[in-house]
Design a protein around this ligand. Structure first.
Ligand code: ATP
Length: 248
């Protein structure tokens, strides 16, 4: 299979004795935006870490199941090989290199680019696209990243990930802590990134935003898939409306 689709099959994850995911399956077809909803501690971040293989940095391990992207098994790869396979995570809380300039943050992102996307020329092209998406990053290229606003740091974190030219972007809570207007802008950019050909697996506490962007979604509850289906159906379900959309 060559299509750049992600298939997470029956994946279980533990942090030592703590079971964080139990036989979770999710598909991200090529070109899709798929949302992962769920309350605090449901396992959303863990799912992204399992895919990006950064789980090991947090003391977690996959105890069973498989993760495949574009026909290639990701479980068992190192995080840098996952990036090289075209799958890049934007971590929660942004985590930009605060003491480095905006330009250097973007340069760091290009180091993970794969194959034909490597090298100076490719990095310059990627930077141009990132600047098109986020003009403020061009304006502030020589400022320290730590001086940016929260929303701008989120843009930088996304821009840095895009420098590796991902085929699939793993986005963890991009709207967290942002004012509604900025959250909407970030959502618009996610749409734009997707329209340019990158699939997205989106973890979002803000279910209203997530279900607007996504074609399908899964709801995690205590590490298990409680609901899944087309975003429109989930948005209309009483349970999702009551629990995640705040509609009585
Ligand atoms: P949140 O929105 O609060 O980040 P989440 O849905 O992303 O929640 P996870 O962060 O994936 O949930 O956490 C799932 C479970 O795993 C929780 O019970 C959490 O306490 C536990 N957990 C997460 N990270 C670790 C870790 N590094 N070590 C031990 N347990 C962890």
């Amino acid at each position: 299979m060559t299509a750049a689709s992600l298939e997470v099959r029956e994946v279980s994850v533990g942090y030592g004795p703590v079971r964080a995911l139990n036989r979770v399956s999710v598909d991200v077809p090529e070109g899709a935006v798929v949302a992962v909803l769920g309350g605090n501690g449901a396992g959303k971040t863990t799912l992204l870490r399992a895919v990006s293989r950064t789980l090991r940095f947090h003391g977690g391990t996959i105890s069973s199941g498989t993760i495949t992207f574009a026909g290639q098994r990701l479980d068992g790869l190192t995080p840098d090989r996952v990036v090289a396979a075209g799958v890049v995570q934007v971590p929660e809380g942004r985590q930009v290199f605060a003491r480095m300039t905006v330009a250097d943050n973007l340069r760091a992102g290009a180091l993970g680019a794969r194959g034909a996307h490597r090298g100076r020329r490719a990095a310059a092209e990627a930077r141009e696209r990132v600047h098109e998406l986020f003009p403020v990053l061009a304006k502030r290229a020589h400022q320290r990243a730590g001086l940016l606003s929260g929303g701008e740091q989120q843009m930088l974190a996304m821009g840095r990930a895009l420098m590796a030219r991902p085929r699939l972007l793993l986005l963890d809570e991009p709207s967290l802590g942002l004012a509604p207007q900025m959250a909407d802008r970030i959502a618009e950019t996610v749409r734009e990134i997707n329209a340019r050909g990158t699939s997205v697996l989106l973890v979002e506490q803000n279910a209203a935003i997530a279900l607007r962007l996504a074609s399908s979604a899964v709801v995690l509850e205590v590490g298990e898939v409680a609901l899944s289906g087309p975003a429109g159906e989930l948005a209309a379900s009483d349970e999702v409306r009551r629990r995640y959309l705040g509609v009585a």
